[in-house]
Design a protein around this ligand. Structure first.
Ligand code: KIV
Length: 282
């Protein structure tokens, strides 16, 4: 029996019931299907696709069209997890009007259930306006990859007490603006716990330690499909890249040796048809 669709009410209830939330990224149909089979709660079509799927250096160049294309593919496979569409850089930063229009496009054209955007208290008015327009929003604070250059690179955030306090204030501002959940990236574990305790909405950590309300990882990192750079907070549950590479090398070898395709991979032709054909092409 297939699982019922996960709703934002289920996500909020999980925190009340102290049940950890499980979130992963997906960028295409096969991973959308597998996310449902693994019964994860939330699937993020993250702009991390710029790095792990498109081979870009960061997420800044990812466009609305890229996001819509990948959200559509994930939605074809993912029927029960709650699907979050990530708002790309500069799709919500220039004006609130544009932010609402672009959040609407991710939902209407992509088909995702909710959207996510990066930024703390400074983006609370934007979050509030999008929520008021009827679109649920997940916040994202701590390390915000779209503005990594302004933060001095992909580095842990909240190092001193003032910076840590700002992150708690950011979480509170997003909650007050109506965000249904918050992603907290790359902060010391004790700060993760404090942030999760400071708000009623679920705080989902990525490099924020164990004492938050759930965890998210970039799937291509977690399965070892993207291993150019593996952040400290990633656990590789498998290393799929060498397995795929081995299969590709074996395929090349067999094609060169003409041992693939074998009879079991070839279509047969009745002997009589072949005879007739040979006469015709003589
Ligand atoms: O784009 C993404 O995959 C993300 C995660 C790092 C949370 O924002």
């Amino acid at each position: 029996m297939s699982r019922a669709k996960v709703t934002i009410q289920d996500i909020q209830k999980a925190k009340e019931e102290k049940r950890k939330l499980v979130m992963m990224t997906a960028y295409d149909y096969p991973f959308g299907l597998m996310a449902d089979e693994a019964e994860v709660d939330i699937v993020l079509v993250g702009d991390s696709l710029g790095m792990v799927v498109m081979g870009l250096q960061g997420t800044v160049a990812v466009t609305m069209e890229n996001m819509i294309h990948h959200i559509q593919a994930v939605m074809r496979g993912c029927k029960s997890a709650l699907v979050v569409g990530d708002m790309p850089f500069m799709s919500y930063n220039t004006s609130i009007r544009e932010a609402i229009a672009n959040a609407g496009r991710l939902m209407k054209e992509g088909g995702c259930d909710v959207v996510k955007l990066e930024g703390g208290a400074a983006f609370a008015p934007t979050v509030e306006a999008i929520v008021r327009a009827g679109i649920p929003v997940q916040g994202h604070i701590g390390l915000t990859p779209q503005t990594a250059s302004a933060l001095g690179g992909f580095k842990m955030q909240g190092k001193d007490a003032a910076a840590a306090k700002q992150i708690i204030d950011d979480a509170r501002a997003l909650e007050a603006a109506g965000a249904f959940s918050i992603i907290l990236e790359a902060v010391p574990a004790p700060l993760g716990q404090l942030v999760a305790r400071s708000v009623k909405v679920p705080v989902i950590g990525i490099g924020a330690g164990p004492d938050v309300d759930g965890q998210v990882l970039v799937t291509h990192d977690m399965v070892g499909l993207f291993d150019k750079f593996v952040p400290k907070f990633v656990k590789q549950y498998t290393k799929i890249r060498p397995i795929i590479l081995e299969a590709l090398r074996e395929y090349r070898k067999e094609v060169l040796e003409a041992t693939f395709p074998g009879p079991e991979h070839s279509f047969k032709m009745p002997a009589e048809t072949l005879k007739q054909l040979q006469k015709m092409v003589k």
